[in-house]
Ligand binder design. Structure first.
Ligand SMILES: [Fe+2]
Length: 286
């Protein structure tokens, strides 16, 4: 059975007692799903991961989600993506490399794939090489933030729909290839989502959230900015400093995250990420 240790008062658990690189038993899958529903961010230290094992782990939780950057540009399907600047044992990409600049979009608070019709359920990130300074990933719970809202605001936002748009958010930091942009039209989602297993509610914004359906731009931005600020208050942040061998899960249905940044000229960073596709469009959720 898993051993739990809290990460933050709002959410998160450090979990020992399981080898994620080996196939999980049915009981372990049930417990892992339960832990995701309950804690939102899971840290498994000292995992002997490999790409093959990470993909197998991802498939045990559902359908892997293809990397949208490569797929959008070329149509090629790839499930493992590199986070960081490492090319191979000798080569890394420096600060001004286009790929390093594009990854800086990950330093804005976001939920992975919130711009897709079927957004991601969880992301799984494994650390192979970590910078000596910087490179943390920060997390906040939009569920804890929702609970802190006044009742009149909860009532106001309950039935609203929000447009998420990758091109809107990413072009703030780097250009988006035309093929890639054309593959990701803005998508309408529920603003308030409900966990299907626990009934817990959260709002669903982040940097990809562009506007509220039926509202003016000014009113849309006022509300979305207000919710983003409510979610990302400093005391709500869990900042994860990676060690080699860390595997982290986060629940994209309710968590926002961002990279804290690092000096790509000075350090190597090599992390591999997979994502599990969500159960369906958010508009079909109850
Ligand atoms: Fe991300």
């Amino acid at each position: 059975m898993f051993e739990y240790e809290p990460l933050h008062v709002d959410f998160g658990a450090r979990i020992r007692g399981v080898d994620l690189a080996a196939p999980l038993s049915d009981d372990e899958i049930v417990e892992l799903r339960h832990a995701i529903d309950q804690y939102s961010v899971l840290h498994f230290p000292e995992q002997a991961m490999s790409d093959e094992a990470q993909l197998a782990l991802t498939e045990q939780l559902g359908e892997p989600e293809e990397n949208h950057v490569l797929f959008g540009r070329t149509g090629e399907v790839q499930f493992l993506g590199t986070i960081g600047n490492v090319v191979d044992a000798e080569t890394k990409r420096d600060e001004l490399h286009p790929q390093t600049l594009s990854q800086k979009g990950n330093n804005l608070w976001h939920s992975d794939s919130s711009f897709r019709q079927v957004p991601s359920y969880v992301s799984i990130l494994h650390a192979y090489e970590v910078p000596g300074e910087g490179g943390e990933t920060e997390f906040v719970s939009q569920r804890a933030a929702y609970e802190r809202l006044a009742d009149d605001i909860k009532a106001e936002i309950d039935a609203l729909h929000v447009l998420h748009d990758y091109v809107f958010s990413r072009t703030k930091v780097a250009p988006v290839h035309d093929n890639h942009a054309a593959s990701l039209p803005p998508i309408e989602h529920k603003l308030v989502r409900t966990n299907p297993n626990t009934g817990a509610k959260n709002f669903y914004v982040g940097s990809h959230a562009r506007s509220i359906i039926g509202w003016s731009g000014i009113e849309s931005r006022r509300l979305i900015d207000q919710l983003n600020e409510a979610a990302t208050i400093p005391e709500g942040v869990y900042s994860h400093r990676f060690s080699e061998g860390d595997t982290i899960f986060w629940d994209n249905r309710c968590v926002l995250h961002r990279g804290a940044g690092y000096d790509a000229n000075r350090w190597r960073r090599y992390m591999r990420q997979t994502r599990v596709r969500g159960a369906g469009p958010t508009l079909a959720e109850r």
